[in-house]
Design a protein around this ligand. Structure first.
Ligand SMILES: NC(=O)c1ccc[n+]([C@@H]2O[C@H](COP(=O)([O-])OP(=O)(O)OC[C@H]3O[C@@H](n4cnc5c(N)ncnc54)[C@H](OP(=O)(O)O)[C@@H]3O)[C@@H](O)[C@H]2O)c1
Length: 262
């Protein structure tokens, strides 16, 4: 087993530590999925991102059991599909059964449900968090205006918004809006959304003796954005978590930020 990596954490409301590097599992199913998650756990990813929609919660649960790691040492996130609005309790119960646990660390609304359901689902999330089924609750693919509606309706602000992020999508105003509200940003599709042949990235990668993908992932961390890269290849799974041995200078961060303004 690889040496444990000291992954930084973002402290969510209620004092919940969310490790800032997680393993993304979209499209990782069946035996390949279980093996990829097991590899990630062995490589030191302390956080796994799954969802009801991914159809792989059982694989994640099996990999966790097989890893021999204690439940407390791994941060588990799953998500409610908006099509399950009105069935929050049963859907979370099914997720917990599949994952083989009595609670998740973070439960997200996968996409904003329309109309009144936006706040109704959030009320159910708050109730289930109070019952201890989720240590933290948040949303995904929400605008700041939608987050504000939840806060105004319930007094409880989502701890996290999981949204697409990459150099090409860098949006300092959106990031600041989350920071002002105390909402942690978790960036998804960090690599898919990046041009890994971009000379800015390849130049910085050469300077540090790392890959452009590692530069992209490190850049997210420099901005305080949690990353959840996915890979089905053991070498990439290992490389994507190995981003703590170097830091980017302010100038390098600024040059990557500028990619979104081209
Ligand atoms: N909340 C949402 O609506 C939402 C939406 C999308 C994703 N997500 C979550 O975010 C996670 C990450 O997003 P994602 O899977 O869309 O994209 P991603 O992690 O940015 O990219 C994954 C793609 O990049 C490749 N890749 C991985 N590591 C690489 C490396 N070191 N060098 C070059 N290529 C590499 C992978 O191929 P190989 O597998 O062949 O290595 C795969 O094709 C998902 O798995 C999921 O957990 C959430």
């Amino acid at each position: 087993m690889a040496e444990a990596v000291a992954v930084p954490v973002t402290v969510l409301p209620g004092g919940v530590d969310m490790p800032m590097i997680g393993f993304g599992t979209w499209r990782l199913r069946g035996r390949t999925g279980r093996e990829a998650v097991l590899t990630a756990l062995r490589d030191g990813y302390p956080h796994i991102d799954t969802a009801t929609m991914y159809g792989n919660e059982a694989e994640v649960g099996h990999a966790l059991t097989e890893s021999g790691l204690s439940r407390d040492s791994v941060f588990l996130t799953t998500k409610l599909p908006s099509s399950r609005a009105g069935h929050e309790r049963g859907t979370l119960a099914a997720s917990l059964r599949a994952l083989g646990t009595d609670h998740v660390d973070l439960w997200l609304v996968h996409w904003p449900p329309a109309g009144r359901k936006l706040c109704e689902v959030w009320r159910e999330f708050i109730a289930l968090q109070e019952e201890g089924r989720a240590r933290a609750i948040g949303v995904s693919n929400y605008s700041l205006a939608q987050i504000d509606r939840l806060t105004e309706a319930t007094g409880v602000t989502p701890a996290v918004n999981q949204i697409p992020w990459s150099p090409a999508r860098h949006d300092p105003v959106l990031l600041a809006g989350h920071t002002e509200r105390g909402v942690a940003v978790e960036g998804y599709s960090p690599l898919k959304g990046a041009n890994l042949s971009d000379p800015v990235l390849t130049g910085i990668a050469t300077a540090h003796g790392v890959t452009p993908a590692q530069v992209v992932l490190r850049w997210h961390l420099e901005h305080g954005i949690t990353i959840i890269p996915k890979s089905s290849h053991p070498d990439r799974i290992a490389a994507n978590v190995d981003v703590l041995g170097f830091t980017l200078t302010a100038d390098q961060v600024a040059r990557i930020d500028a990619v979104s303004r081209r």
